[in-house]
Design a protein around this ligand. Structure first.
Ligand SMILES: NC(=O)c1ccc[n+]([C@@H]2O[C@H](COP(=O)([O-])OP(=O)(O)OC[C@H]3O[C@@H](n4cnc5c(N)ncnc54)[C@H](OP(=O)(O)O)[C@@H]3O)[C@@H](O)[C@H]2O)c1
Length: 309
């Protein structure tokens, strides 16, 4: 059955991979993010699907209500609401401008809360529906220099559990939280940076398509929480069982694995305005498998063609 799926944060990374995955299943899509030009690109990538794009800033009042209204006007209903919109900021807490901290929390926590509110109001009237949010392993553990993001993800974790408890008498309405570890998306380069070094995902790094599969899977097999990342369980165990050891190790590990050596001047990244040029499915932190496989094959083919005439 073709579903109507709203995806907020569909122009990049996990949300863009999720849009493609739902399109391949034949679902009808309502794609939202701030950058209208990139949304048009994603619509072209989902050519097999019927797609409505709605430029939306989740920090604007009523933006998500307007989005829901546009979805219903076009398709008559909403079955699934996915929220992946987020921004990040690197910097020591006391050196990060407070406007940047506030805007990250406004986007990542309050924006997600607004999505849940709008979707649930719709689903309570309709009688059924699935909301899927992306949290993070950083909703269960902490890391230095990412305080605004960590605050948002811990807040989201609490919000989701509380709302799941409120939904116990409405089993046809599902709220799922997908918590990735490191994923190869542009979010690290798009982040505001007041730390002086460009951030990167620490290994092991998952592909955004893997998280997209987990999100799509939640529609058929809804679960309260899904973890995507080989080290998530280990990190949570260390953080909970050995907090002293964890706190000694996390700073050096963050500096070695979570930050590149590349210097960068202070900037606000995409926190206040989108940066379409930086939006893509992948962040370039993993080798391009197609290039690895087909690059040598293509080179051999070209050499053979030259030799044969
Ligand atoms: N990548 C990772 O390693 C990782 C790990 C754990 C959890 N996650 C979570 O996974 C989700 C997706 O992250 P990602 O890595 O795919 O990030 P991404 O590639 O940077 O994509 C973020 C998306 O959010 C949109 N967005 C940002 N601010 C917005 C706003 N104010 N209003 C509407 N849309 C906005 C962006 O589009 P515009 O800028 O055009 O608006 C973009 O479509 C997030 O919740 C993130 O916290 C990611």
């Amino acid at each position: 059955m073709s579903r109507v799926v709203v995806i907020v944060g569909a122009s990049s990374g996990i949300g863009r991979a999720t849009a493609r995955a739902f399109a391949e299943r034949g679902d009808r899509l309502v794609l939202a993010a701030r950058a209208a030009t990139t949304l048009a690109e994603v619509r072209a990538e989902c050519a097999e699907a019927e797609v409505l794009t709605v430029p939306t800033d989740v920090t604007e009042p009523d933006a998500l209500g307007t989005l829901a209204g546009a979805a219903v006007e076009r398709f008559g209903r909403i079955d699934v609401w996915v929220h992946t919109a987020a921004v990040m900021a690197y910097g020591r807490f006391d050196e990060l401008p407070e406007q940047v901290f506030d805007q990250v929390v406004r986007t990542d926590l309050l924006g997600a809360a607004a999505s849940v509110r709008v979707a649930l109001r719709h689903f309570r009237v309709a009688g059924a529906g699935t909301v899927i949010l992306t949290g993070s392993v950083l909703g269960h553990i902490t890391a230095p220099y990412m305080s605004a993001y960590v605050t948002s993800k811990w807040g989201l974790q609490g919000l989701v559990r509380a709302v799941q408890q409120e939904l116990r008498d409405r089993p046809a309405i599902r709220l799922c939280l997908v918590n990735p570890g490191s994923v190869d998306t542009p979010v690290y380069q798009q982040a505001a940076n007041y730390l002086g070094r460009v951030g990167r995902p620490p290994a092991p790094i998952a592909r955004p398509q893997r998280v997209a599969r987990a999100i799509v899977d939640c529609v058929d097999r809804p679960r309260r929480e899904v973890s995507v990342g080989r080290l998530n369980v280990v990190l949570r165990a260390g953080f909970t069982v050995l907090p002293g050891v964890y706190d000694v190790l996390v700073g050096p590990l963050m500096r070695a694995a979570g930050l590149s050596g590349r210097p960068v001047a202070a900037h606000d990244g995409s926190v206040f305005a989108p940066n379409p040029a930086g939006e893509a499915v992948h962040g370039g932190h993993l080798p391009d498998l197609r290039q690895l496989v087909f690059g040598p094959v293509g080179a051999v083919g070209a050499a053979l063609r030259r030799r044969l005439g």
